[in-house]
Design a protein around this ligand. Structure first.
Ligand code: NAP
Length: 260
């Protein structure tokens, strides 16, 4: 466990990111937290109850300008723990998704995250220390019919995380990929997946998912797939033809596949 340091958590207003930030505050770390709407300030207020310094920024992290704005709040302070967690889902058939929403998912999950990592891990290299948690997903193992862009964006992040881990280990930086399965957060509402089987299924507790990710990061593990069912499904996905995976995913994610 590192001594008191500064933790930067994106997507900390709700769900998994909220609980990651809470764990940091409980462990005595100062926080810089960010999300896209004003709820981030309520979340920050709850983290402050642990007694640490907490700064909050309401910013769209799908743009490099948004990431720059977030990092300007650091005022030169080094980041010891980086949680690149902000992300968006998007259900429905690819051709029925407005391109504006497709672009926002790609820019948030990939462009904004990669730019954040480039800047902060660059600083960690100078300091020769740091821990990074990237929130990928088990979705990255499966071609996601009716969630095609989202799953592809998570395949990108899962893959990228292992490559970055290899490149920076010689600088005493550890990179961990958190790969949750379906988790009870606002994700399914914002992704328009409420009428699907997956949207209506029983899901994991975000506090437990965050705890598993946080502990894996502190151990310096390369990845953590949360939940035994997700571990089993991701192992099976590795030996299943991609077209079967896409067909299986469609059954759970197709609009109207859930109960009316
Ligand atoms: P969530 O409750 O919707 O949280 C998403 C967080 O990301 C919110 O704080 C949201 O802030 C922030 N965010 C999204 N787009 C942003 C943007 N452009 N700029 C700034 N902040 C942005 O959902 P969650 O499930 O905890 O999601 C957290 C991460 O877990 C995501 O990367 C997601 O892909 C991943 N994940 C989720 C599941 C699941 O089943 N829930 C499974 C695997 C992986 P605003 O609300 O202010 O926009």
């Amino acid at each position: 466990m590192p001594t008191k340091t500064l933790a930067l958590v994106t997507g900390a207003s709700s769900g998994i990111g909220y609980h990651l930030a809470r764990l940091c505050a409980e462990d005595g770390h100062d926080l810089l937290v960010a999300a896209d709407d004003a709820d981030i300030h309520d979340a920050a207020e709850s983290f402050r109850r642990e007694g640490q310094r907490v700064d909050a920024v309401e910013v769209d992290l799908s743009t490099t300008e948004g990431v720059d704005e977030l990092l300007s709040e650091l005022e030169g302070r080094p980041v010891g723990l980086l949680f690149a967690n902000a992300g968006r889902g998007l259900g429905r058939a690819f051709l029925d998704q407005p391109f504006r929403e497709i672009r926002h998912v790609m820019d948030t999950n990939m462009l904004g995250t990669i730019y954040l990592l480039h800047r902060v891990v660059g600083q960690m290299r100078e300091a020769r220390q740091g821990r990074v948690l990237i929130t990928g997903s088990v979705a990255g193992f499966t071609p996601g019919a009716y969630q095609a862009v989202y799953n592809a964006s998570k395949a990108f992040l899962d893959n990228f995380s292992f490559a970055l881990r290899h490149e920076v280990k010689e600088h005493d930086i550890s990179v961990t990929c958190l790969m949750p399965g379906a988790t009870e957060t606002e994700f399914f509402d914002t992704a328009h997946l409420q009428d699907t089987k997956i949207g209506q299924s029983k899901k994991a507790d975000p506090a437990e998912v965050a705890r598993a990710g946080y502990d894996a990061m502190m151990r310096g593990d390369g990845d953590i797939v949360t939940g035994w069912m997700n571990k089993l499904q991701s192992a099976i996905a590795n030996i299943t033809p991609a077209q079967w995976l896409a067909a299986g995913h469609a059954k759970g994610a197709a609009p109207g596949s859930g109960k009316a």
